[in-house]
Design a protein around this ligand. Structure first.
Ligand SMILES: [Zn+2]
Ligand SMILES: [Zn+2]
Length: 330
């Protein structure tokens, strides 16, 4: 099959012909239709996450069609593969409904080959049915940008005034979910990024502006999607007593020191790690009944490096998605 392969970190992916994957027991073989490009993929390529399988086919927002294997899905069914590819099912985290924290967990497009390819295999127990109303390229971002964003929002509790800082693929989905839940959204971007601020307002944000300076009123929670540690103390100064700053990314630059007084008043800083299958089912059920507008920029599979560069440069609007049956100039 044709695939985009990471041979070594801090080098570009290369287009390659590699052996077709074969489904083992409990696995399904998928013909990949679309695969979302996530900031985590960028952290893997750029070496911020230190221990990927190498060589690696990245990509953990896979929408594919079942070709073979497994028992749970019919042949031809449209199935989604998320970041959590496997968990042990036996450790204290797995047994407590926190499989996202399993020490032995394996992640798609990191420990396991992912979806920057024409074919992929996945453990069927960790896959999701894709809501019928979403075309392939719009369904792909639901699987991480949407799902991790949803988990972050749930852990923000009943916060009514919620900040979303770093208004990319995830925030543009979470914004719509939060507005549908009757919350007010405050979108934080880089200073002067008028285009993204306008985009956020078009999706229902009450306020959009410079994240570091913050909105003119106090917030109940802020979800930080941008990998910029300086946003954490900035957000802490913008939330009310008892409020939370939730770091949704897998990697962030160091958080600057700040006076304890800023944390005082039972303010909370927490991270979000991975996902559970229950998160996925709950979010996809929400997405079925409350259609979310997914803004995508599509790229042929062979242009994966271009998509990653656009994400690195912050010049994407919404989510980047690879169309894996279109390999561009091949
Ligand atoms: Zn476990
Ligand atoms: Zn992701």
């Amino acid at each position: 099959m044709h695939a985009m392969v990471l041979g070594a970190q801090r080098t570009p992916l290369r287009a390659a012909e590699i052996a077709d994957p074969e489904p083992g027991a409990g696995q399904i073989l998928l013909r990949v239709r679309a695969c979302g490009v996530c900031r985590t993929d960028l952290h893997i390529v750029d070496g911020d996450l230190a221990q990927p399988k190498l060589p690696l086919v990245p990509g953990h927002q896979i929408v594919g069609e079942v070709v073979d294997g497994g028992e749970r899905f019919e042949s031809g069914a449209r199935v989604g593969v998320p970041w959590l590819g496997w968990s042990c099912g036996e450790c204290r985290f797995c047994l407590a409904g926190q499989e996202n924290l399993c020490d032995l967990a394996r992640f798609t497009g990191y420990d396991l080959d992912g979806g920057y390819a024409e074919l992929a295999v996945a453990d069927e127990r960790f896959c999701f049915s894709i809501p019928a109303d979403y075309p392939d390229e719009q369904a792909a971002p639901l699987l991480c940008a949407g799902l991790i964003g949803y988990r972050s929002l749930r852990l923000a509790g009943d916060a009514e005034r919620i900040g979303l800082y770093g208004f990319g693929a995830s925030a543009h989905i979470v914004c719509q979910v939060a507005v549908a839940q009757g919350r007010r959204v405050f979108a934080g971007t880089r200073a002067g990024d008028a285009e993204t601020q306008e985009f956020a307002r078009s999706l229902g944000a009450t306020w959009a502006g410079d994240a570091l300076a913050g909105p003119p009123e106090e917030l109940d929670a802020v979800i930080v999607f941008a990998p910029a540690g300086e946003l954490v103390p900035a957000a802490l100064r913008q939330i009310s007593k008892g409020g939370s700053v939730i770091c949704a990314g897998i990697h962030m630059s160091d958080i600057p020191t700040f006076p304890y007084e800023w944390l005082w008043g039972e303010r909370v800083i927490r991270s979000i790690a991975n996902l559970t299958r229950a998160d996925g089912e709950e979010f996809l059920a929400h997405a079925r009944t409350n259609p979310v507008r997914i803004e995508v920029e599509t790229f042929p599979l062979d242009a994966a490096n271009v998509a990653l560069a656009r994400l690195r440069g912050g010049t994407l609007r919404g989510a980047a998605v690879l169309l894996c049956d279109a390999t561009g100039e091949r």
